[in-house]
Design a protein around this ligand. Structure first.
Ligand SMILES: Nc1ncnc2c1ncn2[C@@H]1O[C@H](COP(=O)(O)OP(=O)(O)OP(=O)(O)O)[C@@H](O)[C@H]1O
Ligand SMILES: [Mg+2]
Length: 296
């Protein structure tokens, strides 16, 4: 495995990490590998991942369980380190967590002892401590909190505590908290995975509208191919053992995208393309063999 030399970022990235146009990418993932050594022996969770994301682009990662999606997102967030390779956000190598990246997890990790408003405000306080916290800045933060609570439909519940909210409301609060610092990149790991179907659809529409309007660069992990087609400009289909990007599918369906578009033949065609690369013949044969063994 080649480890990029210290000045590698200044040189040209590999072809797969090159953006389509001539704009500087918001995010570059470069020769990224991650090996865990656990009870099951060494696991190559990620192997030589290369891709880049243009400013404002919405990229979805889909792939079977255990193919390294969460590992990849944790490394992008700076919560975990890579075995080799590197991540560059807006020209800077990621060395740890930072306010340039907002993260939303499958289960909201709101602080239970803070109100919704204080949860949303919390991230901006973290950033403010490092900068000089002028009264103007304080006012701007308050305004932004109000706007975000309004956007996610939680103004009425600003003074409620997380345990007083439904699952969908908590995820909306988590989304607002991640957006408060106007991060360059939003990282979302199955943020709607634990929600019921209807709330999930509402959240999908909200996120689609938000990211269209705000032009936030997003990397979004999902198991749900339909969700990926609805939200993404590009879908990276991952494969497991070792975790790698097996295929890239561009989604050129017009925006704004609505839930009704799922009935569109063009939508079905993209969905089929992603599903075909997810369920390869090899995977189907493996599942069939395992099922045959159980039913024998
Ligand atoms: N802390 C760890 N120690 C050892 N192995 C780990 C650790 N974290 C993840 N792994 C292994 O790395 C691989 C990728 O795990 P990861 O959680 O990234 O998968 P995933 O694609 O997010 O799966 P899912 O869709 O089920 O969430 C798995 O084989 C897992 O067992
Ligand atoms: Mg995961």
């Amino acid at each position: 495995m080649t480890v990029p030399p210290p000045d590698a970022v200044r040189r040209a990235p590999p072809a797969a990490a090159q953006p389509a146009g001539d704009v500087d990418p918001a995010l570059i993932v470069w020769g990224l590998s991650k090996r865990f050594v656990g009870r099951a022996g060494p696991v190559d969770a990620l192997s030589e991942i290369n891709f880049s994301v243009a400013p404002g682009e919405f990229v979805c990662l889909v792939g079977p369980s255990g193919c390294g999606k969460s590992t990849l997102l944790s490394i992008l967030a700076g919560l975990d380190g890579a075995t080799s390779g590197r991540v560059v956000v807006a020209g800077r190598v990621v060395k740890g967590p930072g306010t340039d990246r907002g993260m939303v997890f499958q289960r909201d990790n709101l602080f239970p002892w803070l109100t919704v408003r204080n949860n949303v405000r919390f991230g901006s306080k973290l950033k403010a401590v490092r900068r000089t916290f002028t009264p103007e800045r304080a006012r701007a933060v308050e305004e932004r909190c109000d706007q975000l609570l309004d956007v996610v439909g939680l103004s009425r519940f600003a003074r409620s505590y997380p345990h007083e909210l439904s699952g969908g409301m908590r995820q909306r609060a988590a989304l607002a908290r991640a957006l408060v610092n106007q991060p360059r990149v939003m990282l979302m790991d199955e943020p709607f995975g634990a929600l019921d179907a209807q709330t999930r659809e509402e959240m999908q529409e909200l996120l689609a509208r938000l990211s269209e309007r705000q032009g936030t660069t997003t990397v979004f992990v999902t198991h749900d191919v339909e969700e990926a087609v609805l939200l993404a400009d590009r879908i990276l289909v991952m494969a497991a053992h070792p975790g790698r990007v097996a295929k890239e599918v561009r989604v050129t369906l017009p925006r704004p995208r609505t839930l009704e578009m799922r009935l569109d033949p063009a939508f079905a065609q993209v969905r089929a393309e992603v599903l075909t690369s997810l369920y390869t013949r090899e995977r189907r044969q493996q599942s069939k063999a395992a099922l045959d063994r159980i039913l024998r």
